[in-house]
Design a binder for this molecule. Sequence first.
Ligand code: SF4
Length: 470
Amino acid sequence: MSASLNARIAQVFDEPGCELNQNKSDKERKKGCTRQLTPGAAAGGCAFDGAKIALQPIVDVAHLVHGPIACEGNSWDNRHSASSGATTYRTGFTTDINEFDVVYGGEKRLFKAIREIVEKAHPPAVFVYQTCVTAMIGDDVEAVCRRASERFGTPVIPVNSPGFAGPKNLGNKLGAEALLDHVIGTIEPERSTPYDINIIGEYNLSGELWQVKPLLDALGVRVLSCISGDGRYREIASAHRARANMMVCSKSMINVATRMQQRWGIPYFEGSFYGISDMSSTLREIARLLVERGAPAGLRERAEALIAAEEARAWERIRAYRERLAGRRVLLITGGVKSWSVVSALQEAGLVVVGTSTKKSTKEDKERIKEIMGDDAHMIDDMTPREMYAMLRDAKADIMLSGGRSQFVALKARMPWMDINQERHHAFAGYEGMVTMVAEIDKALFNPVWGEVRKPAPWEPADPLLAEVT
Ligand code: SF4
């Protein structure tokens, strides 16, 4: 690894905003935060993939992958990040290097690719992603980007996060570093108001940001930039003029929040859009921070009035499902805040949560589970697919909510399943999102297909005694 990449990784591994990181010794911190991967196990994405996931939701820029075509194919838009306008981000740009480039270097090809993109697509900026092969043959992506920016008069941003640098989470942070180094603070906004905030670490999956934005609009709070869901280059470049930052629960871009606090004195808080009580605390916190930073005090009262009205409406709508869903058992296999933040909405709809996974949850997450569910009997630290299957087959749960990777376990047990992780097709954020989630569970549970697939196949003898004889 080049010296500059090593230094950058060391910097990312020293994170003042992460308690866990700060409690480590210098030696432990150097090792980073990743667990050793088990050979043969599915390992999640590489660092390049992580950087791409973090930045691809910026919708009006061209994302150019400098490497073999498979890297781009591997990472292209697998998360349903939605755009309200520009669609440049959905075009897969790659230099698609070949054997000759490996021998002679791929810098010229990269320069030509940038020229072609600028001439044909006219994006406000081009993001260039380094990958394993081009990093190993020594292509100096940063130098090419500098030249191309000067030559074509368009910002060309190097994202130095080759796959071998580490896992996906590290890539998220290295992608964020590119924004901090080359984008944020480079443009002044046309106007700024005391109600301006940035939302950091929200990717607008299936349009979740749009479930939250109307609430902020109702309060008169302006999202100066969302980093990076439905993001625009100019907005992110002028994000340094916001009055407060909200960091969405996952710490994937915590370095943006801490660095913006250090550089421009913008305070931040960690909040979540999942779950009714969390949505309310987020709105409260936004109002509090903005008032502290000079917005009129009436904002806090407006926030309380909005919370009261929205909560009442959401509970009412969720309650409508109670009759059908009462007593149905849910197995929740997810991680982090979702391991508890959706539980109260499920309980309100009459569902019984028989277990929630805590593999990726922090100590605080576990405390919250205990608070909501009474004891730790419902916590599942690690569940093998075999155990999940047994639980569903023995009908200890009626539906499983999990990520796409475990869906086939449920389908094999002929039990309903719903995607609750990042590849989901429905938006579950804010008050509206919780109602959608309960409605989707209702649809999954009562889908007539379950009755059909559980019937014996026509060639199977219906009589169990006959089955024993044959
Ligand atoms: S590990 Fe390297 S080669 Fe594989 S997808 Fe990531 S960047 Fe590309």
